[in-house]
Design a protein around this ligand. Structure first.
Ligand code: AMP
Length: 181
């Protein structure tokens, strides 16, 4: 199964992706995690991404899409994957469609985690990641609203809306249920 997780920053995509990845036996591919791993290893890619991440802005699409393409070409992603944090713009969605179409593939579903802004701010402040201070959170929510939210419409035909304000186990169960139908 080839899946994309959508939702504002702080919606719990990473937590759900890890749990879904175990159950569905497909790799969890998080662009944020890939960037953070590159930053801690001090790679060129990490250096290119750092200033954008620290400011809560999007890393340029070319850099991000190349990283995703490399990751999707690894063996463990041949039969499916769960993308978390990519695509984040219509342009990235179109690039992903192209990458998949070149192999005769397509996305099966896009899971949209629906959660209010109050709840995501609370969750981000509780998580305390380096880029989770109030200014950066405000920028990331603005980027989400203007750049990423239009993907909900873009993916209308394969979208599954999931209420993401409950507890972790219930949200996973609801997601698995929705994928089964
Ligand atoms: P995340 O862990 O998904 O919240 O991502 C953390 C940060 O990594 C974001 O605020 C962006 O700076 C960067 N990032 C992650 N995914 C993307 C993407 N698809 N396009 C551009 N930047 C991204």
């Amino acid at each position: 199964m080839r899946l994309v997780l959508l939702g504002p920053p702080g919606a719990g995509k990473g937590t759900q992706a890890a749990l879904l990845s175990d159950t569905l036996k497909i790799p969890h591919i998080s662009t944020g995690d890939l960037f953070r791993a590159n930053i801690s290893k001090g790679t060129d890619l990490g250096k290119q991404a750092q200033e954008y991440i620290d400011a809560g802005k999007l890393v340029p699409t070319e850099v991000t899409a190349n990283m995703v393409q490399d990751r999707l070409e690894q063996d463990d992603a041949a039969d499916g994957f769960l993308l978390d944090g990519f695509p984040r713009t219509i342009e990235q969605a179109e690039l992903l469609e192209k990458m998949l179409a070149e192999k005769g593939l397509h996305l099966d579903h896009v899971i949209n985690y629906v959660v209010s802004e109050d709840v995501v701010v609370e969750r981000m402040l509780a998580r305390g990641r380096g880029d989770d201070n109030e200014d950066t959170i405000r920028t990331r929510l603005e980027v989400y609203r203007t750049e990423t939210a239009p993907l909900i419409e873009h993916y209308q035909d394969i979208l599954l809306n999931i209420d993401a304000e409950g507890n972790v186990e219930d949200i996973t169960a609801t997601t698995l249920d929705a994928l089964d139908k």
